[in-house]
Design a protein. Sequence first.
Length: 202
Amino acid sequence: MINNEYGQILEVLNSSGIIIPRIRASVIIPTYQKMDSLEKVLIALAKQTYPENLFEVIVSDDGSVDDTAELVKNFKMHSPYRLRFITHEHDGYQLSKTRNEGINIANCEVVVLLDADMVPVQEFLTNHMRWHHLFQNIAVLGHRRYVEPHHISLEMLVSNPEKLWDIPKTLHKGFNYDIDWREEKYKKNNYLRSEPEPWWFF
């Protein structure tokens, strides 16, 4: 019998008060040839409501030949959080290897995975880490919201990052849907409670 029941966890989470941040997180960003979107992600992480001294960011590069390395080097000079960069020679599509290399050098208690084109809202880390302050040995899952990249400017991220919520949704260019594919699947597995392979959703 499959039982991914987490109702009691939700009850505790919903009834909990203010959480005093104390747990550290390593944010892992695998990337390849995505310098422009990566810059937006790094800026958005600098605007998080979670304390800057409680998280590090590791950019794990799959052998990009654009100016990704230089971007990270320059950003590191004024980054409010600890920023690290690793790379290897590109040898075809190696997302899992690239992500795992970042995880292998992580120094914090919790690992948070982002993609180089996923710009997080200000509350992203705070909401994610809230779960980890209340429970141990859990995996936390978030969802993507598809928007047009040109609607996210560097100026907006620096001056008004809260406006990310105001950007209208759009269709995913490759799959022609406007919500995260996982949200549609939840209807068939009772929000993962009856899902035999829940790890595919992470």
